[in-house]
Design a protein around this ligand. Sequence first.
Ligand code: ADP
Ligand code: MG
Length: 357
Amino acid sequence: MGKEKKGIRLEHISKIYKDPKTKQDFYAVKDTNLSIEPGSFVTLLGPSGCGKTTTLRMIAGFESPDEGEIYLGEEAINELTPNKRDTAMVFQSYALLPHYNIFDNVAYGLKLRKLDKAEIRRKVTDILKLVGLEGMEERMTNQLSGGQQQRVALARALVLEPGVLLFDEPLSNLDAKLRVSMRTEIRRIQQEAGITAVYVTHDQSEAMAISDKIIIMEKGIVAQVGTPQEIYYHPVSEFVADFIGEANFLHGRVKSEKDGKAVIEIDGEQIEASQEGLKEGQDCTLVLRPEAAVISEEGQLPCRVVLSCFMGSYQNYHVMVGDTLVKITDFNPRNKKIYGEGDRARVAFDPENVHIL
Ligand code: ADP
Ligand code: MG
Protein backbone atom coordinates (compact mmCIF):
# COMPACT_ATOMS: atom_id res chain seq x y z
CA MET A 1 0.00 0.00 0.00
CA GLY A 2 2.58 2.62 1.07
CA LYS A 3 4.49 3.71 -2.00
CA GLU A 4 7.88 3.16 -0.51
CA LYS A 5 9.17 2.22 2.93
CA LYS A 6 11.53 4.87 4.14
CA GLY A 7 14.31 4.74 6.68
CA ILE A 8 15.06 7.62 9.03
CA ARG A 9 18.41 8.93 10.13
CA LEU A 10 19.11 11.43 12.89
CA GLU A 11 22.62 12.86 12.85
CA HIS A 12 23.79 14.77 15.94
CA ILE A 13 20.29 16.08 16.63
CA SER A 14 19.81 18.47 19.56
CA LYS A 15 16.88 20.53 20.76
CA ILE A 16 17.34 23.29 23.28
CA TYR A 17 14.43 24.67 25.30
CA LYS A 18 14.23 27.35 27.95
CA ASP A 19 13.10 26.10 31.34
CA PRO A 20 10.04 28.27 32.12
CA LYS A 21 10.91 28.47 35.84
CA THR A 22 14.67 29.04 35.85
CA LYS A 23 14.80 30.73 32.40
CA GLN A 24 17.87 28.59 31.74
CA ASP A 25 18.45 26.85 28.41
CA PHE A 26 18.65 23.08 28.56
CA TYR A 27 18.97 20.21 26.12
CA ALA A 28 15.60 18.41 25.79
CA VAL A 29 17.38 16.19 23.23
CA LYS A 30 21.16 16.09 23.07
CA ASP A 31 23.44 14.96 20.23
CA THR A 32 21.22 12.07 19.20
CA ASN A 33 22.27 9.68 16.45
CA LEU A 34 19.73 7.14 15.27
CA SER A 35 19.25 4.96 12.27
CA ILE A 36 15.82 3.45 11.70
CA GLU A 37 15.51 0.69 9.09
CA PRO A 38 12.84 0.98 6.37
CA GLY A 39 9.77 -1.07 7.28
CA SER A 40 10.78 -1.56 10.91
CA PHE A 41 8.80 -0.79 14.04
CA VAL A 42 10.90 1.26 16.44
CA THR A 43 9.86 2.50 19.86
CA LEU A 44 11.20 5.46 21.82
CA LEU A 45 10.90 4.42 25.45
CA GLY A 46 11.76 6.30 28.61
CA PRO A 47 10.36 8.11 31.63
CA SER A 48 8.27 11.26 31.35
CA GLY A 49 10.30 14.29 30.23
CA CYS A 50 13.21 12.35 28.68
CA GLY A 51 12.66 13.85 25.21
CA LYS A 52 10.57 11.25 23.37
CA THR A 53 7.87 13.59 22.10
CA THR A 54 10.43 16.24 21.17
CA THR A 55 12.33 13.70 19.07
CA LEU A 56 9.14 12.54 17.35
CA ARG A 57 7.99 16.11 16.67
CA MET A 58 11.32 16.92 15.08
CA ILE A 59 10.90 13.94 12.72
CA ALA A 60 7.36 15.13 11.92
CA GLY A 61 8.52 18.72 11.42
CA PHE A 62 6.47 20.31 14.22
CA GLU A 63 9.74 21.30 15.90
CA SER A 64 13.04 22.09 14.25
CA PRO A 65 16.33 20.85 15.65
CA ASP A 66 18.86 23.41 16.93
CA GLU A 67 21.71 21.17 15.84
CA GLY A 68 22.08 18.27 13.44
CA GLU A 69 20.32 16.91 10.39
CA ILE A 70 17.34 14.57 9.88
CA TYR A 71 17.11 12.36 6.80
CA LEU A 72 14.06 10.58 5.45
CA GLY A 73 15.37 8.00 3.03
CA GLU A 74 18.27 9.86 1.41
CA GLU A 75 16.66 13.27 1.65
CA ALA A 76 17.66 15.87 4.28
CA ILE A 77 14.32 17.18 5.56
CA ASN A 78 15.18 19.85 8.16
CA GLU A 79 13.87 22.62 5.94
CA LEU A 80 10.60 20.90 4.96
CA THR A 81 7.31 21.85 6.64
CA PRO A 82 5.30 18.93 8.13
CA ASN A 83 2.96 18.61 5.14
CA LYS A 84 5.92 18.41 2.75
CA ARG A 85 7.39 15.47 4.69
CA ASP A 86 6.42 11.92 3.88
CA THR A 87 5.24 11.32 7.48
CA ALA A 88 1.90 11.10 9.28
CA MET A 89 1.29 11.29 13.01
CA VAL A 90 -1.21 9.55 15.27
CA PHE A 91 -1.82 11.48 18.47
CA GLN A 92 -2.84 10.39 21.94
CA SER A 93 -5.82 12.76 21.75
CA TYR A 94 -6.94 11.33 18.34
CA ALA A 95 -7.69 14.89 17.13
CA LEU A 96 -10.73 13.78 15.10
CA LEU A 97 -13.23 16.17 13.53
CA PRO A 98 -16.22 15.88 15.91
CA HIS A 99 -19.10 16.81 13.56
CA TYR A 100 -17.96 14.55 10.73
CA ASN A 101 -18.67 10.89 10.21
CA ILE A 102 -15.93 8.26 9.96
CA PHE A 103 -15.77 8.42 6.17
CA ASP A 104 -15.32 12.19 6.08
CA ASN A 105 -12.70 12.12 8.85
CA VAL A 106 -10.62 9.63 6.92
CA ALA A 107 -11.28 11.29 3.55
CA TYR A 108 -10.38 14.77 4.80
CA GLY A 109 -6.66 14.68 3.95
CA LEU A 110 -7.34 13.19 0.52
CA LYS A 111 -9.86 15.95 -0.29
CA LEU A 112 -7.21 18.54 0.59
CA ARG A 113 -4.97 16.77 -1.88
CA LYS A 114 -7.77 17.16 -4.47
CA LEU A 115 -8.07 13.49 -5.39
CA ASP A 116 -11.15 12.60 -7.41
CA LYS A 117 -14.22 11.23 -5.64
CA ALA A 118 -14.04 7.65 -6.88
CA GLU A 119 -10.41 7.33 -5.85
CA ILE A 120 -11.12 8.79 -2.41
CA ARG A 121 -13.94 6.30 -1.90
CA ARG A 122 -11.75 3.40 -2.96
CA LYS A 123 -8.83 4.39 -0.70
CA VAL A 124 -11.02 5.12 2.34
CA THR A 125 -12.87 1.82 1.93
CA ASP A 126 -9.59 -0.10 1.73
CA ILE A 127 -8.16 1.54 4.82
CA LEU A 128 -11.32 1.11 6.90
CA LYS A 129 -11.16 -2.58 6.08
CA LEU A 130 -7.54 -2.71 7.23
CA VAL A 131 -8.32 -1.10 10.60
CA GLY A 132 -11.49 -3.12 11.15
CA LEU A 133 -14.10 -0.36 10.67
CA GLU A 134 -15.69 -1.72 7.53
CA GLY A 135 -19.35 -0.74 7.11
CA MET A 136 -19.16 2.00 9.77
CA GLU A 137 -18.57 4.88 7.31
CA GLU A 138 -21.68 6.84 8.35
CA ARG A 139 -21.13 6.72 12.12
CA MET A 140 -20.37 10.07 13.74
CA THR A 141 -17.03 10.10 15.54
CA ASN A 142 -18.51 11.39 18.80
CA GLN A 143 -20.59 8.19 19.00
CA LEU A 144 -17.54 5.93 18.96
CA SER A 145 -15.72 4.14 21.76
CA GLY A 146 -12.12 5.12 22.57
CA GLY A 147 -10.76 2.11 20.69
CA GLN A 148 -12.85 2.92 17.61
CA GLN A 149 -11.75 6.55 17.68
CA GLN A 150 -8.15 5.39 17.80
CA ARG A 151 -8.77 3.22 14.73
CA VAL A 152 -10.21 6.22 12.87
CA ALA A 153 -7.12 8.26 13.82
CA LEU A 154 -4.92 5.46 12.52
CA ALA A 155 -6.94 5.15 9.29
CA ARG A 156 -6.72 8.89 8.73
CA ALA A 157 -2.93 8.76 8.95
CA LEU A 158 -2.57 5.58 6.87
CA VAL A 159 -4.82 6.73 4.04
CA LEU A 160 -2.23 9.35 3.09
CA GLU A 161 0.19 6.50 2.37
CA PRO A 162 3.11 8.08 4.21
CA GLY A 163 6.57 6.55 4.12
CA VAL A 164 6.71 6.79 7.90
CA LEU A 165 4.00 6.60 10.53
CA LEU A 166 4.61 8.38 13.85
CA PHE A 167 2.75 7.57 17.08
CA ASP A 168 2.84 9.58 20.29
CA GLU A 169 1.50 7.45 23.16
CA PRO A 170 -1.55 6.55 21.06
CA LEU A 171 -3.05 4.15 23.60
CA SER A 172 -2.74 6.19 26.81
CA ASN A 173 -6.43 7.12 26.88
CA LEU A 174 -7.67 3.53 26.62
CA ASP A 175 -8.32 1.11 29.47
CA ALA A 176 -5.72 -1.55 30.24
CA LYS A 177 -7.40 -4.43 28.40
CA LEU A 178 -8.06 -2.44 25.25
CA ARG A 179 -4.49 -1.14 25.28
CA VAL A 180 -3.21 -4.69 25.07
CA SER A 181 -5.48 -5.67 22.18
CA MET A 182 -4.94 -2.40 20.29
CA ARG A 183 -1.16 -2.71 20.43
CA THR A 184 -1.39 -6.10 18.73
CA GLU A 185 -3.69 -4.50 16.14
CA ILE A 186 -1.28 -1.63 15.51
CA ARG A 187 1.55 -4.10 14.95
CA ARG A 188 -0.59 -6.16 12.52
CA ILE A 189 -1.65 -3.07 10.59
CA GLN A 190 1.94 -1.78 10.39
CA GLN A 191 3.08 -5.14 9.01
CA GLU A 192 0.23 -5.38 6.50
CA ALA A 193 0.74 -1.81 5.36
CA GLY A 194 4.49 -2.48 5.20
CA ILE A 195 5.28 0.90 6.68
CA THR A 196 8.09 2.29 8.86
CA ALA A 197 6.78 3.14 12.32
CA VAL A 198 8.24 5.23 15.14
CA TYR A 199 6.26 4.82 18.33
CA VAL A 200 6.57 6.75 21.59
CA THR A 201 5.59 5.19 24.91
CA HIS A 202 6.62 5.16 28.56
CA ASP A 203 5.15 1.66 28.96
CA GLN A 204 7.89 -0.96 28.83
CA SER A 205 5.61 -3.94 28.22
CA GLU A 206 3.98 -2.11 25.30
CA ALA A 207 7.43 -1.40 23.87
CA MET A 208 8.54 -5.01 24.20
CA ALA A 209 5.36 -6.43 22.69
CA ILE A 210 5.29 -4.22 19.64
CA SER A 211 8.85 -3.34 18.59
CA ASP A 212 11.57 -4.63 16.33
CA LYS A 213 13.90 -2.25 18.13
CA ILE A 214 13.64 -0.19 21.27
CA ILE A 215 15.45 3.09 21.83
CA ILE A 216 15.80 3.82 25.54
CA MET A 217 16.07 7.51 26.34
CA GLU A 218 17.30 9.06 29.56
CA LYS A 219 17.33 12.85 30.06
CA GLY A 220 17.52 13.73 26.37
CA ILE A 221 20.18 11.15 25.59
CA VAL A 222 19.90 7.75 23.93
CA ALA A 223 20.86 5.26 26.63
CA GLN A 224 20.61 2.09 24.50
CA VAL A 225 19.29 0.82 21.17
CA GLY A 226 18.52 -2.84 20.62
CA THR A 227 15.95 -5.57 20.13
CA PRO A 228 13.71 -6.21 23.14
CA GLN A 229 15.82 -9.28 23.97
CA GLU A 230 19.13 -7.42 23.68
CA ILE A 231 17.91 -4.71 26.00
CA TYR A 232 16.33 -7.09 28.50
CA TYR A 233 19.24 -9.53 28.67
CA HIS A 234 22.14 -7.15 28.06
CA PRO A 235 21.25 -3.75 29.51
CA VAL A 236 24.12 -1.26 29.38
CA SER A 237 23.33 0.41 32.71
CA GLU A 238 21.35 0.08 35.91
CA PHE A 239 18.97 2.72 34.54
CA VAL A 240 18.15 0.57 31.49
CA ALA A 241 17.95 -2.68 33.50
CA ASP A 242 15.59 -1.07 35.98
CA PHE A 243 13.43 0.60 33.35
CA ILE A 244 12.90 -2.61 31.38
CA GLY A 245 11.39 -5.25 33.64
CA GLU A 246 12.52 -5.83 37.20
CA ALA A 247 16.13 -6.28 38.17
CA ASN A 248 18.22 -7.03 41.24
CA PHE A 249 21.64 -5.42 41.48
CA LEU A 250 24.41 -7.11 43.43
CA HIS A 251 27.66 -5.20 43.77
CA GLY A 252 30.99 -7.00 43.73
CA ARG A 253 34.45 -7.19 42.22
CA VAL A 254 36.00 -9.20 39.40
CA LYS A 255 38.57 -11.56 40.98
CA SER A 256 39.79 -13.16 37.77
CA GLU A 257 38.97 -13.32 34.09
CA LYS A 258 39.97 -15.72 31.35
CA ASP A 259 38.43 -16.28 27.88
CA GLY A 260 35.05 -14.79 28.78
CA LYS A 261 34.82 -16.72 32.04
CA ALA A 262 35.07 -14.54 35.13
CA VAL A 263 35.02 -15.14 38.84
CA ILE A 264 33.25 -12.43 40.78
CA GLU A 265 33.30 -11.88 44.49
CA ILE A 266 30.00 -10.81 46.03
CA ASP A 267 29.48 -10.71 49.78
CA GLY A 268 32.55 -12.89 50.34
CA GLU A 269 31.35 -15.60 47.90
CA GLN A 270 33.05 -16.51 44.63
CA ILE A 271 30.66 -16.62 41.70
CA GLU A 272 31.28 -17.75 38.15
CA ALA A 273 29.96 -15.65 35.30
CA SER A 274 30.25 -15.96 31.55
CA GLN A 275 30.77 -12.62 29.91
CA GLU A 276 33.34 -11.05 27.62
CA GLY A 277 35.10 -7.81 28.40
CA LEU A 278 35.42 -7.92 32.19
CA LYS A 279 38.73 -6.88 33.74
CA GLU A 280 40.40 -8.33 36.77
CA GLY A 281 40.08 -6.04 39.79
CA GLN A 282 37.22 -3.90 38.46
CA ASP A 283 34.14 -3.14 40.54
CA CYS A 284 31.07 -4.64 38.94
CA THR A 285 27.34 -5.11 39.31
CA LEU A 286 25.57 -8.39 38.77
CA VAL A 287 22.14 -7.89 37.17
CA LEU A 288 19.87 -10.72 38.26
CA ARG A 289 16.33 -10.86 36.89
CA PRO A 290 13.79 -12.19 39.43
CA GLU A 291 12.84 -15.10 37.15
CA ALA A 292 16.49 -16.07 36.51
CA ALA A 293 17.03 -17.32 40.07
CA VAL A 294 15.53 -19.92 42.40
CA ILE A 295 15.95 -20.61 46.10
CA SER A 296 17.37 -23.94 47.15
CA GLU A 297 19.83 -25.69 49.45
CA GLU A 298 22.55 -25.34 46.85
CA GLY A 299 23.42 -22.14 45.06
CA GLN A 300 25.95 -19.37 44.68
CA LEU A 301 24.79 -16.93 47.37
CA PRO A 302 23.60 -17.45 50.93
CA CYS A 303 20.40 -15.65 51.81
CA ARG A 304 17.74 -15.14 54.43
CA VAL A 305 14.09 -15.18 53.37
CA VAL A 306 12.14 -12.09 54.44
CA LEU A 307 9.00 -12.63 52.38
CA SER A 308 7.47 -15.74 50.86
CA CYS A 309 4.16 -15.41 49.07
CA PHE A 310 2.23 -17.87 46.86
CA MET A 311 1.06 -16.18 43.66
CA GLY A 312 -0.36 -19.17 41.78
CA SER A 313 1.99 -19.39 38.83
CA TYR A 314 4.98 -18.53 40.99
CA GLN A 315 6.26 -18.18 44.55
CA ASN A 316 7.28 -14.62 45.24
CA TYR A 317 10.35 -14.37 47.48
CA HIS A 318 12.17 -11.42 48.94
CA VAL A 319 15.51 -12.47 50.40
CA MET A 320 18.46 -10.64 51.89
CA VAL A 321 21.87 -11.35 50.42
CA GLY A 322 24.07 -9.52 52.88
CA ASP A 323 22.49 -6.05 52.98
CA THR A 324 20.90 -6.31 49.54
CA LEU A 325 17.23 -7.12 49.04
CA VAL A 326 16.79 -9.60 46.18
CA LYS A 327 13.42 -10.38 44.59
CA ILE A 328 12.91 -13.84 43.16
CA THR A 329 9.96 -15.24 41.23
CA ASP A 330 10.16 -19.04 41.41
CA PHE A 331 7.82 -20.29 38.68
CA ASN A 332 5.63 -23.39 38.98
CA PRO A 333 6.31 -23.95 42.69
CA ARG A 334 3.78 -26.80 42.97
CA ASN A 335 6.22 -29.63 43.67
CA LYS A 336 9.11 -27.58 45.04
CA LYS A 337 10.15 -27.03 48.61
CA ILE A 338 8.68 -23.73 49.78
CA TYR A 339 10.86 -21.61 52.04
CA GLY A 340 9.26 -19.45 54.70
CA GLU A 341 10.13 -16.13 56.27
CA GLY A 342 13.25 -16.40 58.42
CA ASP A 343 14.58 -19.50 56.60
CA ARG A 344 18.19 -19.55 55.55
CA ALA A 345 18.84 -20.87 52.05
CA ARG A 346 20.83 -20.10 48.93
CA VAL A 347 20.12 -18.20 45.74
CA ALA A 348 20.87 -20.31 42.68
CA PHE A 349 21.17 -19.17 39.08
CA ASP A 350 22.76 -20.24 35.82
CA PRO A 351 25.90 -18.15 35.07
CA GLU A 352 24.60 -17.84 31.49
CA ASN A 353 21.45 -16.12 32.77
CA VAL A 354 23.01 -13.12 34.48
CA HIS A 355 24.49 -9.93 33.11
CA ILE A 356 27.44 -8.01 34.55
CA LEU A 357 27.77 -4.24 34.42
P1 ADP B 1 8.59 13.08 26.92
O1 ADP B 1 7.75 13.01 25.69
O2 ADP B 1 9.69 12.06 26.94
O3 ADP B 1 7.76 13.01 28.18
P2 ADP B 1 9.21 15.78 26.02
O4 ADP B 1 9.94 15.55 24.76
O5 ADP B 1 7.78 16.18 25.90
O6 ADP B 1 9.34 14.50 26.97
O7 ADP B 1 9.95 16.89 26.86
C1 ADP B 1 11.33 16.87 27.13
C2 ADP B 1 11.68 18.05 28.03
O8 ADP B 1 11.49 19.27 27.31
C3 ADP B 1 10.83 18.16 29.28
O9 ADP B 1 11.62 18.65 30.31
C4 ADP B 1 9.76 19.17 28.88
O10 ADP B 1 9.26 19.84 29.99
C5 ADP B 1 10.54 20.10 27.98
N1 ADP B 1 9.72 20.74 26.94
C6 ADP B 1 8.96 20.12 26.00
N2 ADP B 1 8.40 21.02 25.16
C7 ADP B 1 8.83 22.23 25.57
C8 ADP B 1 8.60 23.58 25.11
N3 ADP B 1 7.84 23.81 24.05
N4 ADP B 1 9.22 24.59 25.80
C9 ADP B 1 10.00 24.35 26.86
N5 ADP B 1 10.26 23.11 27.34
C10 ADP B 1 9.68 22.07 26.72
MG1 MG C 1 5.67 12.79 25.48
